[in-house]
Design a protein around this ligand. Structure first.
Ligand SMILES: Cc1cc2nc3c(=O)[nH]c(=O)nc-3n(C[C@H](O)[C@H](O)[C@H](O)COP(=O)(O)OP(=O)(O)OC[C@H]3O[C@@H](n4cnc5c(N)ncnc54)[C@H](O)[C@@H]3O)c2cc1C
Length: 382
């Protein structure tokens, strides 16, 4: 059976000064943020916080300076991300744009798209959402039915997107849609379009999650007219573009740090002298965390070198989701407490929040079965 290589990540001594700087910033910024809010992880939305991140140069860190970026290394960016996630900072206003929409525009966008939009992302002013999933096309993305028809001077768009995270706060969506052929053509005939969400004909409706919170939405396009230059990359090349976007979406530390606030509260609740049983359980979790971090940093190093770590990213996301989902299971066995979102006991509130969000960890960004299919194919098993 072929082995999956995770090359050693590049040395990171140079990043330790940056880490100290980020921790310092977060200590002040998050001084009043309670654990229950920190548990929102990368779903916490605060535009002003994102702007302050932008002012520090911690968004668009690896992008060219001419587009508002800072030309720093992928591992420096990694340090900023993991510190933000470990502390439970509210990064959602810039997260998707920094992680995948901006890099997609850098790679495939027109010069006009890059020059006008990337600096706004870098300053924390611009939020993007991902328009991939539809009511009948989630895992099977090639079954996409939203259609953009070329008309004089642009595109006429009709269709519905679902589970669109923060569409209600975003200025732009990267829309994955069909521009040619029919669903029988599968990947062929798909394209990506840049959508200004203030365009007439777009309706954004909330979809509440298990805890009653509003993060994602249904986005309906009814005879929406987009300009001809909304096309990103090449017409009909949407599938290849979206696949490389997913490698960025699946490999970062957000794929194993979503339950960090609960792990922190668990250690706090167990106190300085946990039982032997509890110490072993927490030690095992921390051991897994360290291994996941090593694997994920290796993927960051590969992305930095321009390699294509799709297989490694799928493995990190699958193992990461297992880890994130295991934390609430172990926490509720080790500490006697009722999960209760409104509890004044921090552990109970964070536990309730994580229990209700954990099922989504192995759905968002690609389900467990889909990732395991990619891994099996990479190993030559199917
Ligand atoms: C919190 C959250 C945020 C999200 N944000 C966004 C977003 O911003 N933008 C966006 O476009 N989407 C978003 N999604 C949607 C997400 O990408 C989809 O939910 C996911 O791709 C699964 O699609 P589906 O829900 O249609 O399930 P389905 O594809 O219908 O799958 C249902 C079940 O069948 C299994 N299954 C499907 N096909 C196969 C197969 N071939 N082999 C084996 N098993 C299979 C799946 O693993 C799953 O268990 C979000 C989802 C969540 C939970």
């Amino acid at each position: 059976m072929p082995r999956i290589a995770f090359p050693p990540p590049p040395a990171s001594d140079a990043t330790e000064a940056l880490r100290a700087e980020v921790r310092d910033f977060l200590r002040t910024e998050l001084a009043d943020r309670p654990p229950r809010r920190r548990a929102d992880s990368w779903n916490g939305f605060d535009r002003d916080f994102s702007r302050r991140m932008g002012a520090r140069g911690w968004i668009a860190m690896t992008w060219p300076k001419r587009y508002g970026g800072h030309e720093r290394g992928a591992l420096e960016r990694y340090v900023v991300l993991e510190e933000m996630l470990a502390a439970g900072a509210p990064v959602a206003a810039h997260w998707i744009a920094d992680r995948q929409s901006g890099p997609l525009l850098l790679r495939n966008g027109t010069e006009e798209q890059r020059a006008t939009i990337l600096p706004r992302i870098a300053s924390g002013d611009c939020t993007f959402c991902i328009g991939m999933s539809e009511p009948d096309s989630g895992s099977d993305l090639a079954a996409v039915r939203t259609r953009a028809v070329p008309v004089e001077g642009g595109w006429l768009v009709n269709g519905t997107k679902l589970w669109t995270t923060y569409a209600h706060e975003a200025q732009y969506m990267i829309l994955f849609c069909r521009t040619d052929g029919g669903t029988e053509d599968r990947q062929g005939g798909t394209s990506q379009l840049l959508v200004d969400l203030s365009t007439p004909g777009i309706t954004i409706r909330p979809v509440l999650d298990l805890s009653g919170a509003h993060h994602f939405n249904e986005v309906v396009f009814e005879d929406v007219v987009l300009p001809a230059d909304a096309l990103i990359g090449r017409r009909g090349d949407g599938w290849n573009q979206v696949m490389s976007e997913l490698a960025f979406e699946r490999s970062g530390p957000e794929r194993f740090l979503s339950s960090m606030a609960l792990l922190t509260e668990l250690v706090r609740a167990l106190g300085p002298e946990p039982s032997g049983h509890a110490a072993i359980a927490v030690g095992r979790l921390v051991g897994h965390l360290i291994v996941l971090r090593r694997l994920s940093r290796s993927v960051a190093g590969m992305l930095d070198k321009g390699e294509n770590p799709t297989l490694q990213a799928s493995l990190v996301k699958d193992l990461g989701a297992l880890f994130e989902q295991e934390i609430p299971e172990i926490a509720r066995q080790l500490v006697e407490a009722e999960p209760d979102l409104d509890s004044t006991r921090e552990f109970s509130a964070v536990l309730a929040h994580t229990v209700m969000n954990a099922p989504a960890f192995s759905l968002r960004g690609g389900t467990r079965e889909i990732l395991r299919g990619i891994i099996a194919r990479g190993l030559g098993l199917r």
